[in-house]
Write a protein that binds this ligand. Structure first.
Ligand SMILES: Cc1cc2nc3c(=O)[nH]c(=O)nc-3n(C[C@H](O)[C@H](O)[C@H](O)COP(=O)(O)OP(=O)(O)OC[C@H]3O[C@@H](n4cnc5c(N)ncnc54)[C@H](O)[C@@H]3O)c2cc1C
Ligand code: FES
Length: 271
């Protein structure tokens, strides 16, 4: 429960309101082994703690990356931190994307907005062992071209012959010549064998629901769909109840859930 001090090595501005910090331990600790999909509690001293997914490569646990959108008191204060500043870190917590369980399957990763950050470690893991999977598609939607995260990396991934990447924006401003429309429209374009496909979906809840419906239309089973949930958190270890969702705690049973296990509660309001 006690946060460890971690020093900011680098801050990278991704978009106007989103930034990535690279952290290294300030107390001599050797990195932080984690799995794709997990999150840390980051403490801005004197202000508060927030859950933020790890967005870096699980194969390089000595570099802990977090990509954060500045939305409120803590995340805005975090966006003002610079190289050399120290934050508190507890973690890693939570469940993981099932990248080790479905070798041989086709994979479809569907991300909306900041939802690409929690999926990026899964993609690193998949690309690092590309031969173990069938076809792999990444479908990503952002609000506008200037909200597209990891622009350079997306271009590199698109250049790979063994990875299908489609990007779309809600509003095509500033000379954008790519796709315009919601991310769910990309699902019909991706090539995969629905019977042996595993889907991982991360983004706003409404986007995840529509994506799941579209994937189901294409024949993917809900038992092969995984989503990552967000709720307010305090303890992150299943004690306080802040993140309760139906019979589960998102901090310890999630944030990654098999869709059919949470689907009944997603339909209820105020759960
Ligand atoms: C498991 C988990 C992983 C997460 N991973 C990430 C991540 O990788 N990157 C990231 O940027 N965020 C992530 N979040 C969300 C992040 O924790 C919140 O944005 C953060 O707690 C907001 O804290 P704050 O003090 O800055 O804002 P608050 O003062 O708590 O909120 C300020 C305003 O922003 C709104 N708000 C709060 N959270 C969000 C949100 N998620 N999206 C839009 N508006 C919001 C509130 O309703 C309020 O109006 C994750 C959350 C969970 C539970
Ligand atoms: S945050 Fe306390 S139980 Fe999940």
């Amino acid at each position: 429960m006690v946060p460890e001090p971690w020093r900011i090595q680098r801050v990278r501005r991704e978009t106007e309101d989103t930034f990535t910090v690279e952290l290294e331990p300030a107390n001599g600790q050797q990195g932080l082994p984690f799995a794709a999909g997990q999150f840390n509690m980051l403490y801005v001293f004197g202000l508060g703690e927030v859950p933020i997914s790890i967005s870096g490569d699980p194969g390089a646990p000595e570099r802990i990356l977090h990509t954060t959108r500045a939305v409120g008191a803590v995340t805005q204060a975090m966006s003002r931190l610079r190289r050399g500043d120290v934050v508190g870190l507890r973690g890693p917590f939570g469940s993981t994307w099932p990248v080790n369980e479905f070798e041989g399957s086709d994979l479809v990763l569907v991300a909306g907005g900041i939802g690409l950050a929690p999926l990026r470690p899964a993609l690193y893991r998949i690309l690092g062992r590309r031969g173990e999977y069938g076809r792999v598609a990444l479908l990503y939607g952002a609000r506008t071209p200037s909200d597209v995260l990891y622009f350079k990396e997306l271009k590199e991934w698109r250049g790979q012959f063994d990875l299908e990447v489609h990007v779309t924006v809600d509003r095509g401003e500033g000379g954008w010549r790519g796709n315009v429309g919601v991310v769910t429209q990309l699902i019909s374009r991706a090539s995969f064998d629905a019977a042996s496909t595993v889907a991982m979906v991360c983004g706003p809840e409404i986007m995840m629901r529509f994506s799941v419906a579209e994937l189901a239309n294409r024949g993917v089973s809900t038992t092969n769909m995984f989503i990552s949930m967000e709720r307010n958190m305090k303890c992150a270890v299943g004690f306080c109840g802040h993140c309760q969702f139906g019979p589960t705690f998102i901090c310890k049973d999630g944030p990654v859930f098999r869709y059919d296990r949470v689907e009944p509660f997603l339909r209820l309001r105020e759960v």
